[in-house]
Design a binder for this molecule. Structure first.
Ligand SMILES: *[C@@H]1O[C@H](CO)[C@@H](O)[C@H](O)[C@H]1NC(C)=O
Length: 192
């Protein structure tokens, strides 16, 4: 019966198109002294046994500017920050910042794309001498909401829309094929 065949194909297609992923940043706010190294923890968990690096893309942003990226290879756009391929394979997409400066303070965003899934997490870093104004820390600490017109978000929405359109096209083609195939069989049965 064509209905069951194409239902199975449809479920398979949807199953492979949407990976379940989880991204965590703990702690989500860190304070260090100038000159210290800091690790901004960001971890990816997938529902499969291993992470396929070909399906992974990671971007780190600081104050709206990309500072590090993994997309087949690591690209560093800011001196002193690093990612590790060995760690990425384990889902450790943490960003290491060595000898921090006061101007490294602020919001960091960790964008993780895996297969067709996407997550974004934020970490607030404060680089300051110990005992420096507590009030100041409280003022600069709030986590920025993601602006609706964030170019990254828009880009992502466009990508998802394309993927959905493509999926719809594939399903339509499969449907036609399955129907044609079923029609052919019926024809042969009637006219052997
Ligand atoms: C994650 O990777 C960083 C290097 O990028 C490393 O310093 C850190 O220890 C790793 N964390 C864990 C929990 O493995």
């Amino acid at each position: 019966m064509p209905f069951t065949e194409h239902t199975v194909l449809l479920l398979l297609t949807i199953g492979t198109a949407y990976a379940k992923i989880e991204v965590t940043t703990v702690p989500s706010s860190v304070t260090v002294k100038p000159g210290e190294d800091v690790l901004l923890n960001c971890f990816l968990k997938v529902d499969t046994d291993y992470i396929d690096l070909k399906q992974l893309m990671v971007q780190w942003f600081h104050r709206g500017k990309q500072i590090a990226e993994f997309d087949n290879t690591i690209t560093i756009d800011k001196p002193g920050v690093s990612l590790s391929v060995d760690e990425l394979m384990k889902g450790n997409v943490s960003l290491l910042i060595s000898s921090t400066k006061v101007e490294d303070s602020g919001n960091y965003r960790c964008y993780v794309y895996y297969q067709s899934a996407f997550r974004m997490k934020q970490i607030v870093l404060a680089v300051q001498e110990s005992g420096q104004g507590k009030e100041e820390e409280e003022i600069q600490a709030p986590v920025e909401p993601v602006p609706k017109n964030d170019p990254e978000t828009l880009q992502w929405v466009i990508q998802v829309k394309k993927a959905v359109d493509h999926l719809q096209e594939t399903i339509n083609l499969m449907k036609t094929d399955v129907e044609k195939c079923a029609a052919g069989r019926e024809y042969k049965t009637l006219h052997p």
